[in-house]
Write a protein that binds this ligand. Structure first.
Ligand code: FAD
Length: 586
């Protein structure tokens, strides 16, 4: 019997088993969703262009592809079924059979199964190969503790979780199960986590590696022109700055570039922010991974391989001393790694020698820089730790997660999130990056964009929608746990305290505050950094929930240390900041 493999717009991978096993392929470009909200023009261009390129790629590889453009999946299926009925011979296709990898979005599999059944076909749902771990892997891991009945919601009405999950435990479990970065059952280098080495900021004269750019081809330009004409979009609607990979070949190249140029400094500057530098040493791979152009195993394995070839001890590489991506040649042997130490002659002092020796050697100029273990481990944790973890937490905690709001925050997002107009340099930079590229890196997302919304008191569901429509890598399954749980503390399902901070964090991790109109050193009065008063006011307002978490003791000792007069000025300043933010004058 003939089976059609239906692939969704975030399942664009040519190497899937589900594809090999099918007779033909269905792709439905359903665009009605983009009529309902003003998505970033680059996001729509990316998704639709990648689908169209994927269609062509599949056809070139000999697949029989039906590509339908429609307002909704229902209409797309109508067209597909009508085509099948006309083309049917010998009654062969009376009842089309489709197979689909389980969609990442909550409830979508069941909805699509019904749509197919309503039209007289059958839809079989199979595991989604584009995640490394399966729902069964997760249950096996999480089932070790107390269990919650399947019918019981994980989150109560107040957002408080019946059961909580911690990423670090999951991450270690996945490392053990997959053997990634493991050495005889122990983590390579002896530690699971080298985050303490990943909190530096680059000096002013450090230049991040050039962003890999993929020039829009004819098909992308055509798609972009259609997007502009057809939809009301938000953000940069020209193609300037659109440089995302739209094919698997480009995605592979983006990965190679990251491993060669970005990885060496990835760890060290992972949490840093710098004015005018949207990308730093981040991989910029999430758009390609989330579309399916890259299987998440690929970046992890590539980074592991880079460690085998170019690996050095944690922290043993200083990107500023070696002059960036074309610094000296390296191998484990050159840099006194555990293995090299066994040789007896690779003393630590070799660091300097190797660098000097290579400087003058033109032939070695293109050799990539070494990759310290803290960068390698840090990157791998993001993918097999955080990404997989978020996907499963989303599965477990939906549908309640989308509406979770344990702090009862309900303020409308300030206009600065839409127009980027604010004198707060950190916020205007971060929103500016989103408007321009549909991208901001993790610390801008967490410690500026969602931290500000959190201490301001914004509604987590509205913030989630903002992230969802503004970012090129945003899908409901990934924004919802990141924005509602991690960023807004709408629930404690994945963290026991909120990611809330005053201006101090931004000051420590960026160069923004020095050039900002607001004084980070002051909490109250005109001109004081808005983050400061909002932060203390937030702690005071949410004392009942937060003091009890047990992890806020230090913060509440500071709260307790402030007298009434101080609180009065804090409250006054916080009110004033909220008023300015609301009226677009912050
Ligand atoms: P890198 O810093 O190079 O990290 C490598 C990879 O790790 C990423 O490509 C991504 O695949 C993965 N990763 C790291 N952290 C996470 C995480 N918390 N959740 C899922 N994957 C992770 N990620 C998205 O893919 N889409 C989103 O819409 C999204 N929204 C976010 C919203 C908020 C409020 C926060 C705090 C985080 C969000 N993230 C999201 C996670 C993370 O910030 C992005 O994956 C990352 O910034 C993407 O850029 P990059 O590829 O350069 O990442």
């Amino acid at each position: 019997d003939r089976t059609t493999c239906w692939l969704l717009g975030d399942q664009l991978n040519t190497d899937l088993d589900v594809l090999d096993a099918a007779d033909d392929v269905l792709l439905i470009e359903a665009h009605g969703f983009a009529d309902r909200k003003p998505y970033h023009a680059h996001k729509l261009t990316l998704v639709f262009s990648a689908m169209r390129h994927f269609r062509d790629d599949l056809r070139e590889r000999g697949h029989d592809v039906t590509y339908v453009r429609a307002a909704s999946f229902g209409e797309g299926l109508d067209e597909f079924f009508a085509e099948r009925a006309t083309g049917a011979d010998d009654g062969d296709d009376a009842e089309p059979r489709l197979r689909l990898m389980r969609p990442a979005s909550h409830g979508a599999g069941e909805r699509l199964r019904e749509l197919v059944a309503d039209r007289g076909g059958t839809l079989e749902l199979v595991d989604n190969e584009l995640f490394w771990t399966t729902p069964a892997d997760w249950s096996e891991w999480s089932g070790e503790g107390e269990t919650v009945g399947d019918d019981e919601p994980l989150l109560g009405d107040d957002g408080a979780a019946e059961r909580t999950y911690r990423q670090e435990h999951w991450y270690r479990h996945v490392r053990r199960e997959t053997g990634v970065l493991m050495d005889d059952g122990e983590p390579v280098g002896g530690e699971w986590n080298y985050d303490d080495l990943n909190q530096e900021t680059p000096p002013d004269d450090w230049e991040p590696p050039a962003r890999p750019t993929f020039e829009p081809d004819e098909l992308t330009r055509e798609t972009h022109a259609w997007v502009r004409e057809r939809f009301d979009t938000w953000g940069n609607d020209s193609l300037d700055g659109f440089a995302w990979p739209v094919t698997r070949g480009e995605a592979r190249e983006a990965l190679d570039r990251f491993v060669r140029d970005g990885l060496p400094a990835f760890g060290r500057y992972q949490d840093a922010m710098a004015g005018g530098e949207p990308f730093l040493s981040h991989s910029l791979l999430s758009p390609a991974i989330n579309l399916g152009l890259l299987d998440p195993r690929e970046p992890v394995r590539a980074v592991e391989r880079a460690y085998e070839k170019r690996g050095i001890e944690p922290g043993a590489y200083d990107p500023t001393e070696r002059g960036g991506s074309d610094a000296g040649a390296t191998s484990l042997d050159d840099f006194g790694s555990d293995e090299a130490e066994g040789d007896g002659d690779a003393a630590e002092g070799d660091d300097g020698d190797a660098a000097e020796g290579d400087d003058g050697d033109a032939a070695e100029g293109d050799e990539p820089a070494p990759v310290p273990l803290n960068a390698v481990e840090g990157f791998i944790r993001q993918v097999i730790g955080w990404r997989e973890f978020m996907r499963h937490v989303y599965r477990e905690a939906m549908p309640e997660l989308a509406e979770a709001n344990q702090l009862d925050q309900d303020r409308e997002l300030p206009p600065a999130y839409w127009d980027g107009e604010t004198d707060m340099r950190c916020l205007s930079e971060a929103v500016g990056h989103v408007r321009e590229f549909g991208y901001a890196h993790h610390i801008e997302r967490l410690m500026v964009l969602s931290n500000f919304a959190l201490v301001y008191g914004a509604d987590p569901a509205e913030l989630n929608e903002w992230f969802h429509l503004g970012f090129v890598d945003a899908y409901h399954w990934v924004t919802t746990p990141n924005v509602v749980a991690m960023g807004s503390f709408g629930t404690d399902v994945l963290s026991s305290k909120p990611y809330a901070s005053s201006g101090n964090y931004v000051n420590k991790m960026s160069d923004h505050c020095a050039d900002c109109r607001y004084a980070v050193s002051r909490t109250t009065g005109e001109g004081a950094c808005p983050f400061n008063a909002l932060y203390w006011d937030f702690l005071k307002e949410n004392e009942e929930t937060l003091r009890g978490t047990g992890r806020m003791g230090l913060m509440y000792s500071h709260v307790d240390g402030k007298d009434d007069a101080e609180w009065e000025s804090i409250r006054e300043r916080a009110d004033r900041v909220r008023e300015l933010a609301r009226s677009g004058e912050l």
